[in-house]
Design a protein. Structure first.
Lengths: 405, 371, 405, 371
């Protein structure tokens, strides 16, 4: 057990910090390039992310944990975490590559064909390919495996028809990972195929959804007779559910691994607003720090396991839930500190509107990557050893299920 | 001891709910939200049906009701998140009735009853928000009052002709009745807000006659008038929150009953229904404490504890309910095409206007320890 | 709407208070005849309750809401509440008659035969008959209707065999209300009969359960070939479930209608301990008062409905849950105020050990009369109009159910 | 950065857990509870297996481990609610090792390692509980120290030969090493406690040699020694709470899986499983923060923030977990024949010894605002 940096880790951290100091601006208090508020210039944010990713790649800081054969550095999860901790103190934009680097990359490394790896992994690291995820459907929700978008084989191609939703940055994406039903006579988990989809293919219509925050991060995506070559299947026809698990596990880790703010920002806010000495406010700040500490050490434990090539335990699930809870409570504390000023929005908002956005974007954290409720179920099962909830429809043919939409 | 509404109160409640439900449809609210956030058609409808005149005395064309009846109407408004400044005109009518001089009453009350006068109340202060110690300062000199200062985010100020502005007048609290449209030195800067309610920052550097101070010449206690204005405002907002909580729970129940997952409606999953049931309990706590506070105000009893309790629940409770409702809607809640998000935004915005739950607990704590 | 006392109610209250002043000692701060801690002299407490009930009866204050024909006063629920509010300020013992007066009386008034009413109602009011409730069984829990104690007809008698649990004060009871299965071929709700049982009958063994508080309020009751005359059936054979609903509704009301303490006691405690000025403690006190106010007004609404002979709405369910929550949080606040002194127990405890007992007895409140979870379900159904949870076993013969114990 | 336990630490953890699980069976604990609350057989077993000697330096017959290894053993104890004063002897060993004079170390450490010496620590104070400002007063005069004062509810004091008593000695904080058995003027009054742990009120009116002040002659900072004693005590108690939370959740999982209601196991009802899962998350938060604090103490780093965070979770979190576990057991939880109630009692009693969550948050708040 060694909870602080080892000497090697401290060296790595110093090296990362020195490079960042030379290449990135420091964060200032009230404006963030990577703030959650992109309601005004989302396209600009996407471009800023592409630019920064390219800088990272050029200087050897992209794909820290990826194997060297795929352009990565072959380093440990702990080194990646150290770099990210340092980077979090700088004003750089990274969110756009959450799907590409965080989910698509690890999935292609684990399940992709050599051609697929060859074609996409390097461009992803260079910031040349933005990817989106075409998994969720209006009718599926938490029951993702019930999805109904159909893909039918036609010669060397598959022809896809259906509707997807909650497509992050779909309007800017070059490629997508897509789940579609390729055999409706099998049970729901067994007839799904995982595809790579070129977003420039004919028949794709992306319609932005205006969110409660005013941002259009998410989209609905309509697929009409979209053709995908069979060579874009990842992991084999009807084997998509297994492949998707890699993507989803990485999504959970990503969401649980932290946001663009910390409890310290809350302390700073209270100090700026002159209420850090108020005993009630101070108690909330201390709670926030206490929560953040648990996230920090749960994260250490997870990365320790990953660095030893072990599967992390159920604490990884606790991490996402605890993080969602921390996000909500901290946003509520901030709103309380802001008082009536918290009502102001958009250009009239103060503190770059970050806390209002946090409050409103809590739901994405609590729903994306598996809802709070689903996470609780999995913890009850894996953490406490309770029997799994009965799933009577597990072995029925998908066609016979009582589905909607 | 009787918690039942009277026949008249039932009629008022049902009438208001009917108007709000029929007029403030989801489509209509969405449209108004995009075009300024004030539904003037609904406003006129409320005037025509007598809801505007509820708290105006009969001699000025109203029906002379009080805080309870106003609260009942506001519950109906909140339930439909209808964008009109009803609490402002209702509370203003009560303040003028209780504290205004005969001239002031005759000047403003008929217009409030007819809906012609839109009133606003500038309660919020910058920084530490102690309504009872206004930072806007007035000084009297030869029958005129000079007022200087800033009031942030005054609701509906850009639409209002009459503004009730708490001031520190020569060292004591008073309420100035300011014509926001035609007084020289009134500067309004509209600001965007979370729930799209029109608000404006108000900068004052004005000279008004002393007759524009509420109760001028009839010897009122300015501090009492301000306390009353504040307490009625809190109770009005609390009633709105009851409606907001109700409305968000109703949408949630519909969603849970209709949405299918894993072959079952969401309502078959206790993780969702237990949470919704907690929301129901909280909403009932909000309802009974708001009605009690309104009743005590309407009876003229000391209601400081009761108002603090109602305000606490309205701030803390409503946020719990709308947060749960929003969460239970899953992804669909994030889409502004679906109405539930509006309840969430109203719930948190009204909580900000009300003031933090913690602040109300502190006030209550002082009252408890004193007794 | 009139939330305070009317003139008549104020008169009634004054009359009640005057009588109580003349006949009962005032409560003092740290000792209560009706405290929850009866670990040392439960028998003495039962006797004190009998004595006080007899005083109430002799002076015309017993059975306030009962019809006059049964020895009651025919007064409203509001008058009863007024009397109870006043009585709560005096140091008198009443708990023992919770079952007899609160549950058995109303049930016999609604469903009993004239003979049963004649025989029991007056003695109950006089404090001569203590009753207990033989409903719960080790295997039934929340699923009360699954109960398995059997009663078989034998001539003019029924012969009962089985085991009951959570029998309040069973060791002191003169009579019991008993639910037993009289037809196992019908669905579970349809084969139950409601009996009056003389606790002096042969074949009854009562074994006290030592609770976490050290009190032996509850018992296990073993019934072996116990004979009950058919004239002791209440409401007809196999009609017991309907009769039991009256008892259970009264149990919920009783539990939800308040305890032997109030938020004011908490304020007093903080003041005695010198920490009422601590901002954190004061915030908790204000929360307790806020919760108590909701209970008060929910209670008003319930009693308003009852006084108008209307069924109370689902707020009555909210009341019990809110009360249980208030109980727990207030006990936790008190324990926090007491600090390390809260560990002391029994004779060494301070403040008559009432707060420690409250903390430990929260579970009885949250489980008795329907668990928190069951109450939530009912509220979701009746308050929010959600569909009822599916009960697949509702129409199956009891015999075929997957039961335990 | 490595959160994994070392090979040695794994051995210690497993050994301790095995002893506690085998010896502190439900029947045995019940028996001990009725006869004084100190399992001397288990105590001897822990000595024989080297658990008592964990934190005693090798030169005095121990294995020279620190706060992390002690914490691992205490988790195993808490999991089995085993009635022995292990945290007291472990923390005492560390205090003697870090601050004791050579004579003091030689006097007490061998006995601690062998289990012969039972140690107690009198941290609690009456009234406002600020460990760093003892109310027991000592004054030096001619090589002797006179100590007068009262320490409430000292754990295992009636069984202890060595008592560590924080005192205010001539105006500065020090720790007195008091022979509780044979010093004239020591009055012990055993008191009953919630979880049946033996405790006694301690009344002191004693004269002891100055050599009995911890670190006498070797120039230690008494305030630092007291802080260290307090921080190690909090972390030891936090580790116990981790075990208590673990144990109560394990019983809950068994109960939910086994108990049938409405034809299904309780675990098929989300209302129960979601609550249990929340308990798991809280227990994990307790675990990582307690281990982190122990590690920082063992490395000699400033651990004030870390200890406050661990103590907060150990107080607040454990109460949440044991309350949920107790509730989820339904009626059976109320019966002292069933073991889950013991976890509830331990959880709340240890929380009382730790001090309120609110107090730890306040301490943490001061540290945050200072930085």
């Amino acid at each position: 057990m060694h909870i602080g940096d080892t000497r090697e880790e401290a060296d790595y951290r110093a090296q990362a910090r020195a490079w960042l100091e030379a290449h990135a601006p420091r964060k200032c208090d009230t404006h963030r390039a990577d703030s959650v508020d992109h309601s005004r210039d989302l396209a600009g944010h996407v471009q800023a992310c592409r630019d920064w990713q390219s800088v990272l790649f050029d200087h050897g800081w992209a794909g820290i944990t990826w194997p060297e054969q795929f352009g990565g550095k072959g380093a440990s999860a702990i080194q990646a975490a150290i770099f990210n901790e340092e980077m979090a103190q700088f004003d750089v934009a990274v969110g756009t590559f959450a799907v590409s680097i965080g989910m698509v990359g690890p999935t292609l490394i684990a399940h992709g064909s050599p051609e697929q790896q060859q074609k996409h992994l390097a461009p992803i690291l260079k910031g040349e390919e933005v990817w989106c995820q075409l998994f969720s459907e209006p009718g599926s929700g938490s029951d993702l495996a019930s999805l109904g978008t159909r893909a039918v084989r036609d010669g060397d191609d598959w022809v896809v028809n259906g509707q997807k939703v909650w497509t992050s940055l779909g309007q800017y994406a070059d490629y997508a990972i897509l789940l579609a039903r390729t055999d409706g006579d099998r049970p729901k988990h067994a007839g799904i195929t995982y595809f790579i989809l070129d977003m420039k293919s004919p028949g794709i219509e992306v319609r932005p959804i205006t969110q409660i925050t005013g941002v259009q991060h998410f989209n609905e995506t309509f697929l009409t007779d979209v053709r995908i070559p069979d060579s874009n299947v990842v992991g084999g026809a009807n084997e998509g559910w297994k492949v998707a698990q890699t993507t989803l596990a990485n999504e959970r880790n990503f969401i649980g691994s932290g946001g663009s703010w910390s409890a310290t920002d809350l302390v700073d806010l209270a100090q700026r607003r002159g209420c850090a000495a108020d005993p009630h406010v101070r108690q909330r700040l201390a709670e926030a720090v206490s929560r953040q500490e648990t996230l920090k050490y749960l994260g250490f434990r997870m990365r320790t396991a990953m660095s030893q090539k072990r599967m992390p335990g159920p604490e990884i699930l606790a991490l996402k839930l605890a993080f969602a809870n921390h996000w909500r409570l901290s946003a509520e504390t901030a709103i309380g500190i802001l008082g009536a000023d918290a009502m102001l929005w958009g250009d009239d908002a103060i503190e770059d509107n970050q806390w209002g956005h946090h409050l409103l974007s809590q739901f994405a954290i609590r729903i994306g990557g598996g809802t709070d409720e689903i996470q609780h179920n999995i913890i009850a099962e894996r953490g406490l050893g309770l029997p799994r909830e009965p799933t009577p429809d597990k072995n029925l043919p998908w066609r016979s299920l009582n589905r909607v939409g | 001891m009787n918690f039942d509404l009277s026949e008249e109160q039932l009629v008022i409640r049902d009438l208001a709910l009917q108007i709000f439900t029929e007029q403030a449809t989801v489509e209509r609210v969405k449209e108004v939200e995009k075009s300024g956030g004030f539904d003037r058609d609904l406003w006129q409808q409320l005037a025509n049906s007598g809801i505007q005149a509820l708290c105006v005395p009969e001699e000025f064309g109203g029906s002379g009701f009080g805080a309870v009846e106003l609260a009942l109407a506001l519950v109906g408004q909140g339930r439909n998140v209808a964008p009109v400044p009803l609490w402002l005109s209702g509370v203003t009518a009560l303040a003028l009735t209780d504290f205004g001089s005969p001239t002031q009453q005759a000047t403003y009350l008929p217009g409030i009853a007819s809906g012609e006068t839109v009133a606003s109340i500038a309660l919020a202060e910058q920084g530490v928000n102690d309504v009872m110690r206004p930072t806007v300062v007035g000084s009297t000199s030869g029958g005129r009052v000079h007022i200087e200062g800033f009031k942030p985010a005054v609701p509906f100020a850009q639409h209002a002709s009459l503004g009730l502005v708490p001031i520190d007048l020569d060292g004591s609290a008073q309420i100035a009745l300011v014509d926001l449209r035609s007084t020289t030195g009134v500067a309004l800067t509209p600001v965007a807000t979370t729930n799209h309610e029109p608000q404006a920052h108000l900068e004052l550097d004005i000279d008004i006659p002393v007759e524009a101070i509420l109760g001028h010449g009839v010897g009122i206690d300015g501090r009492e008038a301000l306390r009353s204005l504040y307490e009625h405002s809190l109770v009005g907002l609390a009633a709105l929150q009851v409606g907001v909580a109700e409305g968000s729970l109703a949408l949630t129940a519909t969603h849970l009953s209709g949405r299918t997952q894993f072959g079952k409606p969401l309502s078959a999953f206790q993780a969702t229904t237990q949470r919704a049931a907690d929301g129901y309990i909280t909403a009932e706590a909000m309802r009974v404490t708001a009605l009690n506070a309104a009743w005590r105000l309407s009876e003229g009893f000391d209601a400081r504890r009761d108002v603090a309790v109602a305000a606490y629940w309205a701030s803390e409770g409503a946020q719990q309910v709308v947060t749960a409702a929003q969460h239970l809607h899953g992804g669909i809640g994030a889409d502004v095409e679906y109405p539930v998000h509006r309840y969430f935004l109203w719930g948190i915005q009204l909580a900000s206007v009300l003031g933090s739950a913690s602040a109300h607990l502190s006030r209550l704590g002082n009252l408890i320890a004193r007794t």
